[in-house]
Design a protein around this ligand. Structure first.
Ligand SMILES: [Cu+2]
Length: 249
């Protein structure tokens, strides 16, 4: 029995080493263009690093036991009975309970507070979803329908709503997503920190993330993060939103 334990620990160690190596070297998350994306990516990485040993432990125990303690008799016979061990149960509960409590605190509460940050913003962009486009209105009344452009190093509040059904405003490169609900305004804060465009990185797009009908998957607006001066010029040349103003005004 002691030998079995050592073999399981050896398998566990090897699988854990492989798993942790894969997690650290293989980046499966989108490049972050906003501070919020970095918080999300770091939280995800931390959870994966903590989850790997737990997963490989289960895998090693289960796999080894299934082979080593399988029934030698008829296929329908039970294997030798294994009785509970209070020490193992207590240790298992303490370790997994401790881990769970740990991740609830960090990245749970800590990450959530970090990602929400303050409720102040350098600029506000009103976003309206409708089947199957996004419209962005800037503070000067400029209306963008083909591309969402934002300046770098800026804390932006997106005031999001919908003209028809429930959509979801999601920018993968910013690591943020919020529901777009008809008759309601939801807020999403993003702090840009890197320039880039949809042409360079497909994750720089405002993608609908709530199944909203036939062209849901195509409900995507390219996003571009630019230097402040470039943004000012772009904003000046943006056509004004006529729907919100009085006729002939
Ligand atoms: Cu949609």
């Amino acid at each position: 029995m002691r030998r079995d334990g050592l073999i399981v620990v050896a398998i566990w160690a090897v699988l854990t080493a492989i798993g942790e190596f894969a997690v650290v070297t293989w980046s499966m998350l989108p490049e972050g263009y906003a501070r919020e994306a970095d918080v999300v990516n770091e939280a995800y990485l931390l959870l994966l690093i903590l989850a790997v040993p737990v997963f490989t432990f289960m895998l090693s125990m289960l796999g080894y036991s299934a082979v080593r303690f399988r029934s030698a008799g008829q296929p329908h016979d039970d294997g030798p009975p294994i009785h509970g061990s209070p020490k193992v149960v207590a240790a298992w509960l303490a370790i997994t309970g401790g881990l769970t409590l740990g991740v609830v605190i960090n990245p749970g509460f800590v990450g959530l507070a970090d990602i929400r940050g303050s409720s102040s913003a350098d600029m506000v962009v009103e976003v309206e979803g409708q089947r199957w486009i996004w419209k962005a209105t800037y503070e000067n009344g400029g209306l963008a329908e083909d591309e969402l452009v934002v300046p770098i190093d800026t804390r932006i509040r997106f005031d999001v709503t919908s003209a028809d059904v429930v959509h979801s405003f999601w920018i993968p490169a910013f690591g943020m997503k919020i529901d777009a609900v008809p008759g309601r305004t939801t807020e999403m804060f993003v702090t840009t920190e890197r320039v880039g465009s949809f042409a360079e990185d497909g994750n720089l797009r405002a993608q609908c993330a709530e199944l909203c009908g036939l062209s849901h998957s195509q409900m995507a607006m390219p996003v571009r993060v630019v230097e402040r001066a470039e943004f000012e010029v772009w904003l000046e040349n943006l056509p004004r939103d006529e729907t919100g103003t009085e006729e002939g005004a």
